[in-house]
Ligand binder design. Structure first.
Ligand SMILES: Nc1ncnc2c1ncn2[C@@H]1O[C@H](COP(=O)(O)OP(=O)(O)OP(=O)(O)O)[C@@H](O)[C@H]1O
Ligand SMILES: [Mg+2]
Length: 390
């Protein structure tokens, strides 16, 4: 994986130190903005939220974190695009360039006329305040983070009633498409584990390397984008939240996220912790291993919720080889399969305190990645060997 090491690369570390000092200052501002954008805590779904945010907040935040100054120099890393540039790049948002559509709006592929750079351009589809809130939070979070496993924000555009976010183009699309779409056979075991390990590293950066740390809140297969060679990056930071500070153990907030990925205690109480992200990661890992969706209403009642289906089955070692994605056609190292299942199971434990920290998840997945599947070293098995799960 193409991640830098925080402990070994001392030169990079000192550069990072400077960068983080700057980030600390920005973060004070970000924290205030997050607070400003929060409305009273009511249980609510991501797509139904209609909290009140003054539109001027958007302009204010864009001005302070990314827009070019009068002297032409940018304060932040993201660039302010003219609408014309993006209309040119997408051929007037031609539907032939549509990459997909989510809760925020449509996503178009674009190519900058000047440089030929490929982009993904997200178009906010309504004036709903939740969209505006997500727009600002996404833009600010992505302006501050910098990691090989987090998608890069190239810029934004607020013009003529349009609100657009411009990202680096991820040529292989979302993991969701690969796992549940027609190309699923192409994701072999080694690629799946590389993706899981990369996602864990991106999450580790948010939890353990950012100061103050960030809770992602939206980990799921459609938010894991793939670049060349299946390089994984987390995307969509509109729900990100600054983690608890001081002696606080949680952040109280509205319940947001995606059904099936949301930690049960967070869904019930609105108390958000880093362990809420770990739960979502467990669901995500189960999806990668089994090829099943987090929620699948086409299945029988017992099999609709992935975690509810997997938990009891994983107690019996005999079940393991029947739970793995049949698309893998038995081509995986048995021990690693068990370890991957065990890791996922630990992550989705009911009690948050029993879930591992993200650094432990990274270690477990790195170990699995270090033992890749090769047909020679792993001949076909008839009986699973060992299983040590919780
Ligand atoms: N940077 C990108 N590069 C390439 N494709 C992208 C990029 N960003 C998004 N997409 C595509 O657009 C689709 C829609 O993305 P979007 O994040 O708007 O919605 P979603 O993740 O499917 O749902 P949600 O709104 O719940 O996050 C993605 O599934 C992906 O296929
Ligand atoms: Mg998304």
């Amino acid at each position: 994986m193409g991640c830098f090491s925080w402990s070994k690369d001392l030169t990079k570390r000192s550069t990072d130190k400077k960068k983080y000092k700057a980030l600390d200052q920005n973060y004070h501002h970000l924290h205030t903005t997050f607070d400003e954008l929060e409305v009273s805590p009511v249980r609510i779904d991501k797509r139904q939220d209609t909290g009140n945010v003054d539109q001027s907040v958007v302009t204010k935040e864009l001005d302070s974190s990314g827009r070019a100054n009068d002297d032409g120099k940018k304060k932040g890393k993201s660039k302010s695009f003219n609408l014309d540039e993006l209309l040119d790049a997408t051929d007037n948002f031609n539907m032939e360039n549509l990459l997909g559509e989510g809760g925020f709006g449509k996503v178009f592929k674009g190519k900058l006329k000047e440089t030929g750079e490929l982009l993904a351009i997200k178009q906010l589809n309504s004036d709903g305040s939740q969209g505006i809130r997500e727009f600002v939070v996404e833009m600010m979070t992505l302006s501050l983070v910098d990691h090989p496993n987090l998608v890069k924000l190239v810029g934004y555009c607020v013009e003529a009633g349009q609100k657009l976010l411009v990202y680096e183009y991820m040529s292989l699309g979302s993991l969701e498409g690969h796992l549940h779409g027609p190309n699923r056979k192409r994701l072999d075991w080694n690629i799946r584990m590389k993706i899981a390990a990369g996602a864990a590293r991106g999450l580790e950066y948010l939890h353990d390397k950012m100061n103050p740390p960030i809770i992602y809140r939206d980990l799921k297969c459609s938010n894991l984008l793939l670049g060349e060679d299946y390089h994984p990056k987390l995307s969509d930071f509109g729900l990100a939240k600054v983690g608890p500070t001081g002696n606080n153990t949680h952040v109280s907030t509205r319940v947001m996220g995606t059904y099936g990925y949301c930690a049960p205690e967070y869904a019930m109480t609105g108390q958000l912790t880093f362990k809420s992200d770990i739960y979502s990661f467990g669901v995500f890992l189960l999806e990668i291993i089994t090829g099943r969706r987090a929620i699948d209403n086409r299945k029988s009642a017992k099999e609709q919720n992935l975690v509810a289906w997997a938990r009891p089955l994983l107690k019996n070692r005999e079940n393991i080889c029947h739970m793995v994605d049949p698309a893998l056609q038995g081509q995986y190292p048995a021990k690693s399969l068990y370890k991957a299942f065990a890791t996922a199971l630990l992550c989705v434990q009911e009690q948050p305190s029993k879930r591992p920290r993200v650094s432990d998840v990274v270690k477990a997945l790195d170990h699995i990645v270090s033992q890749p599947y090769t047909p020679q070293s792993h001949p076909s098995r008839t009986t699973p060997e060992i299983l040590v799960v919780i």
